[in-house]
Design a protein around this ligand. Sequence first.
Ligand code: PSU
Length: 302
Amino acid sequence: MLEMRYSSEVARARGDGAAIVALESTIITHGMPYPDNLAMARQVEDDIRSNGAVPATIAVLGGVIHVGLEPAELERLAQTQGALKLSRADLAAALAMGATGATTVAATMICAARAGIGVFATGGIGGVHRGAETSFDISADLQELAQTAVTVVAAGAKAILDLPKTLEVLETLGVPVIAYGQDGFPAFWSRDSGLPAPLRMDDAGQIAHAHLLRGALGLPGGQLVANPIPESDEIPRKVINGWIEQALEDCAGVAAKEVTPRLLARIFELSGGASLTANIALVRNNAKLGAEIARALVSQPR
Ligand code: PSU
């Protein structure tokens, strides 16, 4: 009843037991403008290949979950105007309706887990929005991390969010938040948020081992690996914070699924494109670490 279509590259990798890294598609359709989004998506796939793993970009095309997109499918999706943004709540309905849409972190985790893929690389997860105490706007990504066993590599949570509250909710949900190679929790465009990360690991093998041990313990849910943006690509916190404040002001009144894409687009304008350059650099950096973790995962004894 549930059809999952695999790209030829991913089908081969599954047959061979090779390392696979899942990638989301909302970042392509809602996170970046065309044609930068297409260039980024191709580049990130190549980064995974050159680090010894196979990329599986996940999306829903014509009511079918695709795990891995053929080059022409990726090109078409990157140009699709008004593609749906599919999260946990929308996925089954979109399949039933034969819709085409991009998967968020939450929906990508669900599809990756179904396909037996344990590692997923993205830019930044969704989280608790500023003012959530009145708007109740909390991304479904957090609940997903609590229940679906996929290790997600991100540059922390997007700095447009309320980061202390995001960390609190992750703690409540029992989600391990592991900073990679530093003590602080990264803030997407900047290396440090000023907040300590609950856990730190410096080794991809250890992260893969912890992923398997959670399974052995019977714990549901995944891990958030918070990988700081490379130093040469970061935007200082003071600088990005000015643009974030302005964007929040300009986007007042925007609600629900629209909030994150609208804020990202406004910060892109205010920064003269600098936020996009940093965003692409951090996703590529996460893809590289994702490939290392995926390789460690397939080589560890179960
Ligand atoms: N990472 C990026 N850009 C993005 C996203 C992640 O660099 O646009 C997307 C992811 O799909 C994530 C979503 O799930 O933003 C968060 O949306 P919301 O806050 O509405 O849950």
